[in-house]
Ligand binder design. Sequence first.
Ligand code: ARG
Length: 574
Amino acid sequence: MKNIKEVIANSIINSLNINVDYDEIYDKIEVPKDKKNGDFSFPCFSLAKILRNSPINIANDIKNSIKLDSNIKKVEPVNGFLNFYINNEDIISSTLNDIVINKDNYGMQDESKNSKLNIIVEYSSPNIAKPFHLGHFRNTVLGKAIYNLYKKLGYNVISINHLGDWGRQFGLLIEGYRRFSDEYDLSKDPLGVLSDIYVRISKLAKEDENIMNLARENFKKLESGDKELIKMWEFFKDVSLKEYNRIYEILNCHFDSYNGEAFYNDKMDEVIDILDKKGVLIESQGAKVVDVGDDMPPCIVLKSNGSTIYATRDLAAILYRARTYNFDKCIYVTATEQILHFKQIFSVAKHLVDKKYQEGLVHVSYGMVRLKSGKMSTREGNVIYVNDLINEAISKSQEILRNKNSKLENIDLVAKQVGIGALVFNYLKSSKSKDVIFDLDETLRFDGETGPYIQYTYVRTNSILEKLNFNLDKISLDNVNFNILNTNQEIELIKSLEKFKETIKRAAIEYEPAILSRYLIDVATKFSRFYNECNVVNLEDEQLKTARSILVYATGIVIKNGLDILGIECPEKM
Ligand code: ARG
C-alpha cells in the first residue's frame, strides 16, 4: 500500500539530478498547519547548499520537472516551499489500508536506521530507604512513556534507574538503625520505618555533634567497603527495591540497569583526575569546583573536606555511559528543581567526553504533583503512599464499573486496567512542565478528558464490531469502496488517524507524551462525532457498512496503539 509521504519523497528525489538521502527528504516533509498550504509541504532550504541555488528557484525547478503520482492533485511552489495537494479519496483509502494491514505496526514503515542509534532513558531513580511518593510516580509514568515512544520508533533504547543509594545520609541512617530498629516491626511498611528512623536520628544529630561525627565515620567506612556496614546498606536497598518493584510491576516497568549513585563510588577518582589534568579544577573556599560560565554558579566536584557529591557521581555516570552504551542521546527525567544541577554537569561534561556525547545529554523536567484533598494527602506527615493511591483508584473503578455493567466479566482485571490507566493518563495529559493536581473522582470519569474515556472509546469500537460480526479476513480490501466515506465526520476522523505517525514522532522529539495524549482525545472526540452522525450497524447498504466498519476497526487499532505507548492497558470490554 502506498504511503503518500513516501510517494512525495520519491517524486522529489526523482526530479533532482543529484544523489540525496531518502530519509533526508522524507523526514523534512511536513503537514502544514493551515490547509490553504496543502496537505503536505516540503521546505527546499536544506537543498540550497548542495544545489547552489536559492530555495525559491529550487522549488520552482522541482515543480517544473516533477512527475506527479495520481494521488497528488497539484503542487505549488511558495517562498521556497513546495506545497502538495492530495486527492482526499486517496488519503482515505491509503490510510485505512495502511492501518488495517499493519495493525500494531501502523506508522512504522521505515525505521531501520533508528535501530543503530542508542537512546538512554534514565527515569524513576528514587532515593532508597524512603517511600515512593507522587513525584516519583509522575517521573516513572513520564519516563516510561518516553521510553516507549523511542522504542516504538525503532531506536535501541536502554532504561536506567539511577537509584539514589549513596551519600552521607546513609552514614546517618546506619547510626539511627543501630539505635532504634529494635523498636519497630520491619515486616510492615519497612520504608515508612526507615524514613521514620531517619527523621529521628537527624533531629538528634542537630542537637548532638557527636552523632554527626559517628555518621561521618559510618559513611567513610561504607565508602571503603566495610563488610558489616555494606551488609546493612544492602538490606536498605533490598527492602526498598522490593517495595518499588511492586509499583514497577503495576506500571509494567523494566529497567536494563539499576546502577545508581553507589555504583560510581569507585569511578569518581578518574573524573577528578581528568578534570585536574585539563586544568579546569579550581580551588574555591577549600572546595574543588569547575567554572561553568557567568550565568551559573560553579559546579562543585569535591567539597572542602575532600568528599564527593551527587554531581561528582553524575559526572562519573556520563563518562561510564558514553563508554558502555555509546549513547546518541542520554535523557534524564527529573523534577524541575534539578534544572540547575543538570545544566552544570552537562557543561562540565565537555571536559570529560566527546562532543557527540555532550550534545546528546538531555534533561527532561516536570512540574509538581499535589492531591486535591482527602485523607491521603495527610497520612504520616504528608507522605503520599503511591500504593494507597493505586489501590483507591482500583477500588473506585470497580465500584463505577459494577454500577455501569453488573454482568461484566473479569471485573477485577478491568478495574485494575481502568484505575491505573486513569492515574497514568491524568499525569500524561497535561504538558510535563505543568503542575498536576490529583482529583481522583475527576480522573476516573468516563466522559471528559480522562483515561477511562479513551479506553471506553476503544471498547465501543469493539462492541460495534462484535454486533457486526466483523472479520477482516472475510473482506477483500481491494474491493472495498472507500470513496463512499465522504461525510465531514468520516473525513475528519480519517485525517486524524492519518496523523498518528507524525504525532508520535513529534512527541518523541519534544519528550512530551502529552502530545500523544491530546491526540488520542482528539481521535476519541472525532470518533464520537462520527458515530453519532453516521449509522454503522443498521445499514442496508452493504458497501457503506463494510467501509464504515473498517473505519471503526482502524480507529480501535490507533487508540490501542496510542494507549500502549503511554503505558496504559486497554480492556476489551468495560
Ligand atoms: N535520586 C534523585 C531524586 O530522587 C533523582 C536522580 C536523577 N538522576 C541523576 N542522574 N541525577 O531526586
